[in-house]
Design a protein around this ligand. Structure first.
Ligand code: TEU
Ligand code: CA
Length: 559
């Protein structure tokens, strides 16, 4: 049995376009990342998940790959990448790369060939269908608005693209395509990487026939996700991928799985099934979405969050393993979404970090989370870059005539550019990210929120995160302890325990900007206790009740 190093690790996600620009073109790059590895080593993380750096026309900022075996010009050269890997390994840091194989770019040579003719050897690397009744082959919508099908004049057929028109879905029914993917994975594994994050990997198996989805409201297009999420052959494909590409390497895998539930995640991450080590599930980041999807804003109820995390903590307690995240390059900034990015920004960022890092599973830190970077509010839609946002705005405002201010408000709350504003390194122009003009504007609050200030300030979120990460190395109960929730019905505080033999952690989290209190259960009263970490200097006595200040977090070690 391989030692599961990834169970004790803390993983940091870098979105390279926005991390650090070394050559003044306003775009982050690999030499820029290399220049900041000591900062990451100082934070104490173990693994870096690097969002795609492969050749791409950047229709979806690198998630549309035109050459899986070469580095995007914006980011540098393969020599730069080789140096990055060496510099990371020299510092004891591991690197996992982003595997984007549900789709490629339409500029990939496979697709260039595929669209040439119906009998081209690469035709079946993609999903082509004739139209139906003069329209698209079915009524599926694209995640990025409009139809999930694009008509191609050359051969008079449509190709499927769940995402943008420039991201044609690969045909995993084709064993030659699957073999191409396995070979490409070994190309990177043989270079010495330590694993993969796999982009929408539970989308790769589609239901035969690609049927129309139910459309009771007679919409133009509807989600076809029930026909491509967790599809009929997904486990076969993942087990084949493990056999053909992963088994002979000591690596970790985390599969991004929109629409996966606990039962499915148990199958995907059950060690004995040789599929994946972890999954990124989406249930907790869909709790503040209404029936209309992510842009249909709904206030988050704390009990919904508590119930969902409890379901996943208990569900994967004995089989499988949880990934723990509250933000990434697709989600808004966690302090703005789950905390308070105004009066209690520092306290709530530390509270949320405590919440995640004391749970059972592997915590993921998204770049900037460790210094409490916040959402952004640009004045105009012209200032936004994300294809998902721009296509949605165009469809809702320009095509359907919805209220621009209302649509902008949903972008302020849920837009992906919130997470993609350049990393704020210091209070110099553009936050020290670039000496040029940044590809996306820097959040104006960089003068107060930046890494230089955070590293100098012992009471910063950065140093609090360093301590959270350090605690994980010192206390096995954090990695292996069983989870139980207390006061599940309380809408203001989240209290849970972790238990390993005689050791117990009591984690108290105030999710509100008001004083709260927690009555210590009799069986925990009078015990020897020690505060492992807290986001306030002074805490109340560990008596029969504990009062919690706004967004206060306290972790007691009880023995
Ligand atoms: O995201 C998959 C995905 O479903 C997201 O698009 C998410 O649902 C949406 O962004 C919520 O706003 C992966 C990548 O993480 C994302 O950056 C890519 O755009 C997408 O796949 C296509 O590769
Ligand atoms: Ca650059």
């Amino acid at each position: 049995m391989k030692k599961h190093w990834w169970k004790e690790s803390v993983i940091y996600q870098i979105y390279p376009r926005s991390f650090m620009d070394s050559n003044g073109d306003g775009i982050g790059d690999i030499p820029g990342i290399i220049s900041k590895l000591d900062y990451l080593k100082d934070l104490g993380i173990d693994v870096i998940w690097l969002s795609p750096v492969y050749k791409s026309p950047n229709d979806d900022n690198g998630y549309d790959i035109s050459d899986y075996r070469d580095i995007m010009d914006d980011f540098g050269t393969m020599a730069d990448w080789e140096l990055l890997l060496k510099e990371m390994h020299d510092r004891g840091l591991k690197l996992i790369m982003d595997l984007v194989v549900n789709h490629s770019s339409d500029e990939h040579e496979w697709f260039v060939e595929s669209r040439k003719s119906k009998d081209n050897p690469y035709r079946d690397y993609y999903i082509w269908r004739p139209g139906k009744d003069g329209k698209e082959p079915n009524n599926w919508q694209s995640t990025f608005s409009g139809s999930a099908w694009q008509f191609d004049e050359n051969t008079g057929e449509y190709y499927l693209h769940i995402f943008s028109k420039k991201q044609p879905d690969l045909n995993w029914e084709n064993p030659k395509l699957r073999q191409e993917v396995h070979e490409m994975m070994k190309f990177w594994l043989d270079k010495g990487i330590d694993g993969f994050r796999m982009d929408v990997i539970n989308f790769i198996s589609k239901v035969d026939g690609l049927p129309d989805a139910p459309n009771p409201e007679g919409k133009k297009y509807v989600s076809g996700s029930r026909y491509f999420m967790n599809g009929p052959k997904i486990h076969d494909y993942l087990q084949e991928m493990h056999r053909e590409a992963l088994a002979q390497y000591d690596v970790m895998t985390v599969g991004e799985m929109p629409g996966a539930n606990v039962e499915e995640a148990k199958l995907y991450t059950d060690d004995s099934r040789n599929e994946l080590n972890m999954v990124f599930q989406f249930e907790h980041v869909d709790l503040d979405s209404g029936p209309g999807g992510k842009w249909d804003l709904k206030p988050l109820k704390l009990t919904d969050l508590k119930n969902n995390f409890t379901k996943w903590q208990k569900g994967l307690e004995d089989i499988g393993w949880n990934s723990l995240y509250l933000n990434n390059h697709d989600q808004p900034r966690m302090v703005s979404r789950f905390g308070d990015d105004k009066e209690y920004r520092v306290e709530s960022a530390k509270m949320l970090g405590t919440f995640l890092h004391m749970l059972k599973g592997t915590p993921y830190i998204y770049q900037g989370e460790e210094i409490g970077m916040t959402n952004v509010r640009f004045d105009s839609i012209e200032d936004y870059k994300d294809i998902e946002t721009l296509n949605m705005y165009n469809e809702k405002v320009n095509q359907n005539g919805e209220n621009p201010a209302k649509v902008m408000e949903s972008i302020y709350v849920k837009g992906r550019d919130n997470a993609r504003t350049p990393f704020q390194w210091d209070d110099s122009e553009h936050g020290g990210f670039t000496t040029g003009t940044p590809w996306l504007q820097v959040n104006p609050n960089y003068t107060a929120i930046n890494a230089e200030q955070a590293v100098e300030d012992e009471s910063s979120i950065f140093h609090y995160y360093r301590k959270l990460i350090q605690l994980r190395k010192e206390h096995p109960v954090i990695v292996h302890g069983s989870y139980d929730i207390l006061v599940p019905e309380d809408e203001s505080i989240y209290v849970y325990t972790r238990t390993l033999e005689s050791q117990k952690l009591l984690v108290l989290l105030n999710f509100t900007n008001e004083d709260q209190s927690f009555d210590i259960p009799a069986d925990l009263q009078g015990k020897k206790n020690e505060i492992l970490i807290s986001n306030y200097e002074a805490n109340t006595e560990y008596g029969s009740a504990i009062s919690l200040k706004p967004y206060e977090a306290i972790v007691y070690l009880i023995q």
